[in-house]
Every structure is written in C-alpha cells, then in structure tokens.
Design a protein around this ligand. Structure first.
Ligand code: FAD
Length: 330
C-alpha cells in the first residue's frame, strides 16, 4: 500500500509519523482465527505498537494475554497491554502487572477502568483510585522484579557487571479531548493527565473525538498546564450507523449530527463504510497537519477500514512533529 510500511519515498526522506492500532480480545474461536489474520495484516503496516483492551475487573485477562502472546511469537510488532485497576486490591493489581511482565509484555496502557454497570460509581472502586496509581505500580513492580540489570563485559568472556535497569518500554495513559464523562471540566482532565505523567507515564492516547479542534485545543491546554508527553490522537473509522450509536453509548462523546445523518441515508453498506473512512482520513490529516505526533487507530478488530484510512493520507505532512519534546512512539 502506498506510503505504508516504508519510512520514506525516494523524493521525501522525512520519517513517517508513528502509527499504532487498538484491538479487543476475541470472544469465540472463530473470532480468534480471524483476529490472527487481522494482526498479520496490521503488522504489515509497520505499526509502532498494537494495543489490546482489557475488560475492567479482569474479565478478559486470559484472552487479552493470548492475543498479546500471539503478537510476541508471530510478529515483530510491539504488543501493548491495556490494564485496568478498578475494583482491585493492591495485591491483585500487583499480581496482574507481574503476570504480564512475566509474559514478556513491556508496554502498557494504564487505566482506571469503569466500575461494573449499575454499581455505585464511588463505592468499591478498589485500592487504586486512579490510573496514576496504576502507572506508579507498574514501575514499582518492574523495579521489584528486576532491581538491577546485568550485562556482559565487552572483551571479557563470561564476565558480567551491573547495568542500567530495564524500564517498561512505554507506559501510556488515556486522555480525554472533550472531557471525561464524569469530569467537572477540562481543567480536571488536564490535571489528571499531568498527575499520570508525574507518576511516570510517557505517552498519552486520546479518547475518540470528532473535530480536529477538540484535539488540537486540548493539546494546547495540556501544554499550557505543564503536560509534556506526546499526546497521540485516537481515531476510528465508523462504518455503520449502529457502530456510531454503540460508540456514543460507550464513550459518551457526541458525534456530529451531519455524520450520523449521512451514515443513515447512505444507500448501501459499502458507501456507508466509504463515508466513515473518508471522515476518519480527513480528521487524521487535519490533526497531523496541526502537529499530532502520530495516529492511534481503533480497528474494531478489522484491518480493512483502518488500512484504507492510512492509504488515503499524505503521511509526510507533519510540520510540527519536531516540536514534540518526547518522541516516545517509534
Ligand atoms: P483516570 O485517569 O484515573 O481518570 C479519568 C478522569 O477522572 C480524569 O480525566 C478526570 O476527569 C477524573 N479524575 C481522575 N482522577 C481525578 C482526581 N484525582 N481528581 C479529579 N478528577 C479526577 N476501559 C477498560 O475497561 N478497558 C480498556 O481496555 C480501556 N481502554 C481505553 C483506552 C483509551 C485510549 C481510552 C481513552 C479509554 C479506555 N478505557 C478502557 C476507558 C477508561 O477505563 C474509562 O474512561 C475510565 O472511566 C477512566 O479511566 P482513566 O484511566 O482515564 O482514569
């Protein structure tokens, strides 16, 4: 596919901005088989990482690990594990982080997660009240597991010396350009993001948004508020009206009325999909043009739509990329 997988064309040596994808763990064997093929196709686009969601309360723990292990064993892609801490005791969260590190996972998206539907949102939240505490825990568990690293001494066979301890590759966190549904205002979201950076996060990935200005304005406010880590926009091509409705329910982010109407009145599934893909590509191009340090694409476990979005982009249009202080995503 033009522009994907290669870092530069003959005429243009600027590196492609980093791309990443998000998947969720499959529920059936048939879906697992299809997901293997999807991962293989996504891997061909040379993503910086592919993240795998985690059911709050640990409902998908085993299935998430299976997908992450598949990537480790069958691709060169860096797998990123979403982890949630809501409802967990310190000991449970500690065990969870250790289990993923033991499986060879070194990149995490640390989330608080949501209490189960119907539960009192303030009751039984667990020992870790926020994603910032989970970020700290991930670093602490890694330190406990491996207090120091040993490395060989060049030129002295069999000798080793104490080296710099390995740190988790990436500890990412969520950011909310249009505000978290329970937040009292954007200032609170920016304070929460800053708290996560101070706790040790080195990358933020945003919730869905529908207008480039929502993302660009949020980044500007976050920078003014002291946040320095890269804030990567999360974008999803929405290819059916039903999916748009479900996403709105899940995220609480209201879509533009014209997109909802246009999806409804498209005559068939293919033109509906093309409309959603074109919308996502336009949004992606606008945020890249505004300085976004990369793109995180929500795949809904399908490779075709997100690869189609990438195929429509001029991925060398990143004029402000150099202004990002931290270049964490590859
Ligand atoms: P936090 O960062 O702890 O807090 C979220 C918001 O709460 C803040 O932005 C702020 O408004 C408020 N807040 C937090 N702490 C404070 C404080 N001390 N003072 C005041 N306000 C505060 N959920 C899953 O269950 N599994 C997943 O795999 C998953 N993946 C996600 C991936 C992305 C990219 C995003 C954006 C969300 C994902 N979620 C997932 C949803 C997420 O778990 C929920 O949005 C949850 O409600 C908040 O999690 P958080 O990590 O943002 O929490």
């Amino acid at each position: 596919m033009a522009g994907i997988g290669s870092d530069a064309s003959d005429a243009d040596c600027r590196p492609r901005p980093p791309i990443s994808f998000e998947l969720f763990p499959p529920r059936t064997d048939a879906a697992a088989l299809a997901l293997g093929r999807t991962i293989d196709r996504l891997a061909e686009a040379d993503p910086a990482f592919i993240s795998v969601t985690f059911g709050a309360g640990g409902s998908s723990r085993g299935r998430s690990l299976t997908v992450l292990r598949y990537m480790l064993e069958n691709t060169d892609v860096e797998p990123m594990a979403h982890l949630t801490c809501v409802g967990s005791s310190h000991a449970e969260a500690n065990r969870l982080v250790r289990e993923f590190l033991d499986a060879g996972i070194t990149s995490f998206l640390a989330l608080r997660g949501d209490p189960p539907e119907g539960a009192d949102p303030d009751a039984g939240i667990g020992d870790l009240g926020s994603a910032a505490e989970l970020v700290q825990l991930i670093h602490r568990v890694q330190e406990e597991r491996e207090p120091f690293a040993q490395e060989g001494v060049p030129g002295v066979p069999g000798a080793s010396r104490i080296g710099e301890r390995r740190r988790p590759e990436r500890v990412a966190v969520a950011a909310f350009p249009t505000g978290h549904p329970r937040s009292l205002g954007l200032t609170q979201d920016i304070d929460a993001l800053l708290a996560k950076e101070v706790a040790g996060a080195n990358l933020a990935i945003t919730q869905l948004f529908w207008h480039a200005d929502d993302y660009l304005g949020f980044v500007e406010r976050a920078r003014a508020g002291g946040v320095t880590i890269p804030i990567v926009p999360g974008i999803m091509p929405v290819t059916t009206p039903a999916r748009l409705a479900r996403l709105t329910e899940l995220t609480g982010v209201e879509p533009p009325a014209d997109l909802a109407i246009d999806l409804e009145i498209e005559p068939d599934a293919e033109s509906c999909a093309q409309l959603g893909i074109a919308y996502a590509a336009r949004l992606a191009q606008q945020v890249l043009g505004g300085g976004a340090p990369g793109l995180h694409l929500y795949t809904f476990n399908r490779h075709d739509a997100v690869l189609d979005v990438l195929g429509r982009l001029d991925l060398h249009t990143t004029p402000q990329l150099v202004h990002e202080r931290n270049t964490t995503p590859r």
